[in-house]
Design a protein around this ligand. Structure first.
Ligand code: NAD
Ligand code: MLT
Length: 529
């Protein structure tokens, strides 16, 4: 077995990486900050581990022909071209909860230092001063903390605020009011949160919507004399506008751990503002957090190496590895149905619809629908397809996909029905996992069949009339095509029928032509699974 080549390009806790060093199936390559080594290693790297210094750009991804997994030792993935990775079928994973507490505690360290002017008082003492009157602070009890973003760090922060006797308001349009109420937090609009808060702490990811959400305009919405803390991402704030608000006294103070440009330039005007507290991106810099992110990432890589699953993949939502394993043969069936259907279509594929009849728990539906899509696309795309890039590639081609629950179908406690919509019409196939754990096709365009989908198959739709099966068999024999299995299905005697013939040899174009011209045969499809 070739080794899984794992490249590390940022400082990641060595103790956390130990399990990778000792795994016989893994070759660990260290190239921290050394771009010449990156260029040498990246083309043959399977797994690339980074923190936030490495920028995983389109340019690097183009060179990374063997790359299957990118691991981020931390939360934010804004240093990774995630859509570029998805398009190439590369999973991106992070260590989402490992530094939550450290980042939250750092935001609190900054908040407390801002309230009590700890850093400035310390600097004054070191200069020989004793200025008790100069460093008057404010109490937290009874004040309002405004949280922007109520995810993992935001929630931890809220707990600490309540312990200090503060009131907490939050802006997070993706959290329900009921969830917030349960945490003792009031949800409000962005403007209202800024207007109500004595302290505002940012805990949102960097996205198109959050970029520069604190700018000259929104700084006007702050309560006069409020204080701002940012331990999330520098680009959330227009730094020039913040500097103005601090100079004018509109804000009493601010604390930043993250910056638009990192490292912060030595001559940045931010360094000279007396009411601004600065730390160099230290949110996750604790021994505990660094060990946890590295260990979590190592475990994910080992799991990827052993089972091919990407735990915490942020471009593979809802795919819990244990769930995938539990779905076992249904995943294979779903992909087979997609591949089968994809090869029986005439026109351009417009949509793929999955209907889950019977007992499919909700979490199972999406992975199965993606597996169907992957199977269907594998018949029309040459690129490396995976569960990760199938939805994005479908979207790029204007192929819609949907999934819906449906009542149980007679005789099947669970049945997956897949319909492909093309510009020429619709075709559908339904399947189930048989008692032997293998896939079964049980319906083709609503005609009942009993087919084990594997190998090479001729799929004919025909009129049900005497002599048809024998005549087709004779024709195949004449062309030296051996029949391994033949299944027929029909709606009613002398009506519409279907034949699925598993064969040992490929049917020549002449044979397929003869079949198409055969009286009573409507369509001839060649399916290879
Ligand atoms: P999270 O995903 O658990 O929470 C983010 C929250 O932001 C979510 O609840 C989401 O609904 C909300 N959100 C998203 N877009 C929003 C918008 N437009 N308006 C309002 N809310 C929005 O993430 P987390 O673990 O709490 O981390 C938050 C961020 O903190 C990370 O994305 C990362 O950038 C940063 N971080 C920094 C450090 C550091 O060292 N300074 C350490 C860890 C995390
Ligand atoms: C993160 O997103 O996890 C932080 O920025 C911490 C880090 O990268 O060290």
């Amino acid at each position: 077995m070739p080794k899984l080549r794992v490249l590390v390009t940022d400082k990641i806790d060595p103790a956390g990486l130990e399990p990778l060093k000792h795994d016989a199936g893994i070759e660990l390559r260290m190239a921290v900050g050394d771009k010449a080594k990156w260029a040498e290693f990246i083309p043959s790297t399977h797994v690339w581990l980074v923190r936030s210094e490495t920028k995983v750009t389109e340019e690097w991804l183009d060179k990374a022909k063997a790359l299957r997994l990118i691991g981020r030792a931390g939360v934010g993935v804004d240093n990774i071209d995630v859509s570029g990775a998805s398009r190439r079928g590369i999973a991106v994973i992070n260590a989402p909860a490992a530094n939550t507490i450290s980042a939250c505690e750092h935001s609190w360290a900054l908040l407390l230092c801002l309230a009590r002017r700890v850093a400035a008082a310390d600097a004054s003492m070191r200069g020989g001063g004793w200025e008790r009157g100069k460093f008057m602070g404010v109490e937290l009890a009874g004040k309002t903390l405004g949280l922007v973003g109520l995810g993992r760090i935001g929630r931890e922060s809220a707990k600490r605020a309540l312990a200090f006797g503060m009131k907490v308001v939050a802006y997070d349009p993706y959290i329900s009011a009921r969830q917030a109420e349960g945490l003792g937090i009031e949800l409000a609009e962005f403007k209202a949160v800024l207007a109500a808060s004595d302290f505002v702490s940012l805990h949102v990811p960097l996205t198109e919507k959050t970029k520069r959400m604190i700018d000259a305009k929104s700084l006007e919405w702050f309560k006069p004399g409020a204080r701002l803390i940012n331990c999330a991402r520098g680009e959330l704030i227009d730094e020039a506008a913040l500097a103005e608000a601090l100079k004018s006294g509109r804000l009493a103070g601010a604390a930043l751990d993250v910056f638009e440009a990192e490292p912060l330039p030595a001559d940045s005007p931010l360094r000279g503002l007396p009411n601004l507290l600065l730390t160099p991106h230290l949110g996750a810099s604790t021994t505990e957090a660094q060990l946890k992110v590295a260990s979590e990432l190592s475990q994910s890589v080992l799991e990827f190496s052993a089972r091919g699953v990407a735990r915490n993949a942020i471009n593979l939502p809802g795919f819990d590895p244990d769930l995938l394993e539990a779905m076992g043969p249904w995943l294979g069936l779903a992909e087979t149905l997609g591949r089968f259907l994809g090869q029986t279509l005439d026109g351009g594929l417009k949509a793929v619809r999955c209907r889950f009849h019977g007992e499919f728990p909700t979490p199972q539906r999406h992975p199965l629908a993606v597996a169907v899509l992957k199977g269907a696309l594998s018949t029309i795309l040459e690129s490396t397809l995976s569960y990760i890039n199938a939805p994005i590639l479908a979207l790029e081609r204007g192929i819609e996909h949907s999934e819906a629950a449906a009542p149980a179908s007679e005789g099947f406690p669970r049945l997956l029905e897949v319909t492909a919509v093309t510009d020429k019409g619709e075709r559908s196939v339904s399947g189930a996992v048989g008692a032997d754990g293998g896939p079964k096709l049980v319906r083709l365009d609503n005609l009942l069949v009993d087919v084990t989908p594997r190998g090479k198959m001729l799929v004919l739709s025909n009129e049900d009339r005497p002599g048809m099966i024998g005549a087709v068999g004779t024709l195949l024999g004449r062309h030296k095509v051996n029949i391994a299995d033949m299944r027929v299905g029909r709606r009613a005697p002398h009506g519409e029928a279907v034949m699925v013939i598993t064969v040992d040899e490929d049917p020549s174009p002449e044979l397929q032509g003869e079949l198409k011209r055969f009286e009573g045969i409507r369509t001839v499809r060649w399916v290879v699974l």
